[in-house]
Design a protein around this ligand. Structure first.
Ligand SMILES: Nc1nc2c(ncn2[C@@H]2O[C@H](COP(=O)(O)OP(=O)(O)OP(=O)(O)O)[C@@H](O)[C@H]2O)c(=O)[nH]1
Ligand SMILES: [Mg+2]
Length: 277
C-alpha cells in the first residue's frame, strides 16, 4: 500500500472484486482542476491506475500531474477523440473508465459504474437527469434536449437499451470490449463518444446507461461553449449515426472479432434469466 501524503493511497491488490480498475482522462485545458479530479478518483478507494493523455495541454498541466500518482502520456494529434483514444489504449485495467478532468464529473460516481459492471460489459453515464444537474452546469434546456434527442435517435435505429445522453464522457467498459472495438475507432474529434457507443452496441456487448452528476466546469468550456457549436456537433453526430446504420444495413458494418459468438452468448444469457420468454 502506498500513501501519497495522506491525500490518497494505492493498493497492490486490484480494487474491484479482483479486477484492476483504470481511469483514462484526456486533457487539454484543465490545469486548475486535474489534480483534485485525480485525487478524488483515488480517494474512492476503487481505482488502481489513472492514465492522462496530454493533448498539447496548457502549460503547467504536466507539473500538476507530477504531483499525483497518475501516468502521463502524450498525443500530438489535436482533438477530444485522439486524446481519449490514446488514454484508453494506454490503460491496462480489466475495467476501464473514461472521464474528464474538468470538474464537471463527480469522482464518486465511478462506484455506480463499477457496481453495474458486475452485470454489464459497458456502463454509460448520462448527464441529462434533472435531479443530478448541478447549478451552473453546462446542461441548460438546449444541451439537455439536444443530447436526449440524438441519444433517442441512436436508440431507435439500433433498438438498444434506453439512452438519454449521447455526449457523456464518463463511461466504463471491460478490457475485452475495449480490445475488440478499438481497432475500429476512426473519429479524432468531438463526436468520438457516439462512435464508441455504436461500436459497443454493434459488438454485442451488454450495455446499460446510468444517470451521473453533472457539475459546473472549472475553466472555459471549449467544445460546446456556444449553442451554435453544440448544434453543429449534434448534426455531425446524427450524420455519423445515420451513416453507421446505413453501412450496417448494407452489410458493410465493422466486423468486430467475436461479435457473433458474444451475441449468441447474450441471447443464451437472457434465455437463462427469463426461461419462460
Ligand atoms: N476542446 C478540446 N478538448 C479536448 C481536446 N483534446 C482533449 N480534450 C478534452 O476533451 C474534453 C472536452 O472538452 P471541454 O472543454 O470540457 O468541452 P465542453 O464544451 O465542456 O463539452 P463537454 O465536456 O462535452 O460537455 C476535456 O476533458 C478536454 O480535456 C482538444 O483538442 N480540444
Ligand atoms: Mg467537459
Amino acid at each position: 500500500m502506498c500513501d501519497f501524503g495522506g491525500f490518497f493511497t494505492l493498493s497492490d491488490t486490484p480494487m474491484w472484486k479482483g479486477k484492476k480498475v483504470s481511469v483514462a482522462l484526456p486533457t487539454y485545458n484543465e490545469k486548475e482542476s486535474i489534480r483534485s479530479c485525480i485525487e478524488g478518483l483515488y480517494n474512492t478507494g476503487f481505482i488502481d491506475e489513472v492514465v492522462v493523455c496530454n493533448n498539447n495541454a496548457v502549460v503547467g498541466t504536466s507539473q500538476e500531474l507530477a504531483r499525483t500518482a497518475a501516468r502521463e502520456v502524450f498525443e500530438k494529434r489535436q482533438g477530444y477523440g485522439w486524446s481519449c483514444r490514446k488514454a484508453l489504449l494506454e490503460s491496462t485495467g480489466d475495467l476501464v473508465v473514461l472521464c474528464e478532468p474538468d470538474g464537471s464529473f463527480e469522482p464518486a460516481d465511478v462506484i455506480k459504474l463499477l457496481a453495474y459492471s458486475d452485470d454489464f460489459d459497458v456502463v454509460l453515464g448520462s448527464r441529462t437527469n434533472g435531479e443530478l444537474i448541478w447549478t451552473g452546469a453546462n446542461m441548460g434546456w438546449f444541451m439537455r434536449w439536444g443530447n436526449w434527442t440524438v441519444a433517442k435517435y441512436l436508440e431507435f435505429l439500433f433498438n438498444v437499451t434506453s439512452l438519454t445522453d449521447v455526449g457523456c464522457t464518463m463511461r466504463l467498459m471491460t478490457r475485452s470490449v475495449l480490445e475488440r472495438i478499438s481497432p475500429f475507432f476512426t473519429v479524432g474529434g468531438s463526436y468520438f463518444g457516439p462512435e464508441m457507443t455504436l461500436l459497443c452496441v454493434w459488438s454485442g456487448a451488454r450495455v446499460i446507461e446510468l444517470p451521473v452528476n453533472y457539475k459546473k466546469r472549472v475553466g472555459q468550456s471549449m467544445v460546446t461553449a456556444s449553442r451554435w457549436s453544440a448544434f453543429v456537433l449534434g448534426l455531425r453526430m446524427i450524420l455519423f449515426i445515420t451513416e453507421f446504420r446505413l453501412k450496417a444495413w448494407l452489410g458493410r458494418g465493422p466486423r468486430i472479432a467475436g461479435t457473433e459468438t458474444d451475441s449468441h452468448q447474450a441471447v443464451a444469457r437472457r434465455a437463462h434469466r427469463h426461461p419462460e420468454s
